[in-house]
Unconditional design. Structure first.
Length: 441
């Protein structure tokens, strides 16, 4: 049974704080941290020999298998999708691309700037694409072509020249749907590697894999830990934790729909968080009963029951509009859903969430596939300070300074004062030697 809290409880704030801290803990389990460090160290020390050893152990590759998937094999696999899958993939690709094109061109996107002053000072900021990017696409029990589209489309729009994919692929086989997504994105550099060994190989490089500048895409605890340990030597998009949803609902919400949406996130991972805030105790009770009924209908190997038992959370509040937004701000969930009267007004009060889904007909699952927004979002409370993956993730800003003689004469004396105040005499002299020369001519 999910945990139940009420704002009327005397210990509500304390219990909510404990839940928040547990979700926002940094790093993985000690065994994961140690094993990842060993993998990174071996690949750095031994290069491809270590990569191949890990690939034999965990990726099902033989010594004779190349690490990179042949382009012809990708094309052949892509031909095996059904007409319905091909249509669905095309719809998702088109909608995700359209949204990110608008996002890239909108006024909210920081564009290049060029500031020119009468004195002859010129300041510029140029936006350019990161040169080489690796997209990690989880494998596990099922392939995730949706994640490839979510990461690959904004990277292509940003103008990334070298786009690489790493994905667990036991015995070097690709799902037809994933192969078809690779064809849509025109990606043919694909490595059959997963886990921490994939991240380390891509970050550090080896004989068969040139290193990349940035790694993007979610993965398991080992992928996350490898990204954390290697950040600084390679760029990363974010540290993605288990999936989570927080639903705000009132008595107008249909309990069966609420239950279905909670379970949809719970089935991602045993550590996923499915949470409900509601101002009506009867709706909470009916939803929990529906959750139990619907969980019984899932396949036996589903992790959703364990996830709900471990991390399910129901919060009873007195006033949804007044009490819920501060709680959402504290939890800062990956996904927030609002299924209530005047849902739009309530959604406008939510600032700390990766993506907000408004109304009964906008479940989180719609955003996971075909709404068009990105499903690679901040987790574990990171929505307090981070945004979802977007075109900007794959760009960098370079600033330039150009100064005329008169501009230097005007500004250098002030810079000299600050340099000497900070004890940096050589900085001051670097400025003075030019300023003095300009005044002598």
């Amino acid at each position: 049974m999910a945990e139940f809290l009420s704002t009327l409880d005397a210990d509500f704030s304390t219990r909510l704080e404990a839940i928040t801290k547990a979700r926002c803990r940094g790093g993985g389990a000690p065994s994961c941290i140690e094993q990842t460090a060993e993998i990174v160290a071996r690949i750095e020390r031994e290069g491809e020999n270590a990569v191949r050893d890990f690939a034999r152990r965990w990726d099902g590759l033989s010594d004779a298998d190349p690490l990179r998937m042949e382009t012809e094999a990708i094309s052949e696999a892509a031909k095996r999708i059904s007409p319905q899958e091909e249509r669905a993939l095309s719809v998702a690709h088109a909608r995700i691309r359209t949204f990110h094109e608008h996002q890239h061109a909108s006024a909210c996107h920081p564009s290049a700037c060029d500031v020119r002053e009468p004195s002859g000072m010129r300041l510029e900021a140029r936006v350019s694409a990161i040169e080489s990017v690796a997209l990690y696409v989880p494998g596990g029990r099922h392939p995730y072509p949706s994640t490839l589209l979510m990461t690959g489309i904004p990277a292509r729009l940003a103008g990334v020249r070298r786009l690489v994919v790493a994905t667990p692929s036991t015995r070097r086989t690709l799902s037809p749907l994933l192969a078809a997504a690779l064809r849509l994105l025109d990606i043919d550099e694909v490595y059959c590697l997963g886990g921490a060994q994939a991240i380390a190989a891509l970050a550090l490089g080896c004989e068969s894999i040139p290193p990349v500048d940035l790694i993007a895409g979610p993965g398991n605890a080992w992928v996350n830990e490898a990204k954390r340990q290697l950040f600084g030597r390679v760029g990363i998009d974010t540290l993605a934790g288990p999936s989570e949803v927080l639903i705000l609902a009132d008595s107008s919400a249909e309990p069966a729909w609420l239950a279905a949406d909670l379970i949809a996130q719970a089935e991602h991972d045993v550590d996923a968080c499915a949470m409900l805030i509601c101002n009506d105790e009867e709706t909470i009770k009916a939803t929990c009963e529906e959750v139990e009924r619907q969980l019984a209908l899932l396949p036996e190997n589903s992790v959703a029951p364990s996830s709900w038992e471990k991390n399910g959370l129901c919060l009873l509040v007195e006033d949804l509009a007044q009490d819920a937004p501060p709680i959402v701000k504290r939890l800062a969930p990956e996904h927030a859903q609002v299924i209530a009267r005047d849902a739009r007004a309530l959604a406008r009060q939510i600032e700390c969430a990766g993506c907000v889904f408004v109304g009964a007909y906008a479940p989180t699952a719609l955003g996971d596939y075909v709404a068009g927004t990105n499903h690679v979002l901040p987790t574990a409370g990171a929505a307090r300070f981070a945004s979802g993956l977007n075109v900007e993730t794959f760009t960098r800003r370079t600033t330039t300074v150009e100064a005329s003689r008169s501009a230097l004469s005007e500004l250098a004396p002030h810079a000299v004062v600050l340099a000497r105040a900070e004890g940096l005499e050589a900085h001051a002299r670097s400025l003075e030697i030019r300023d003095e020369a300009s005044r002598d001519t």
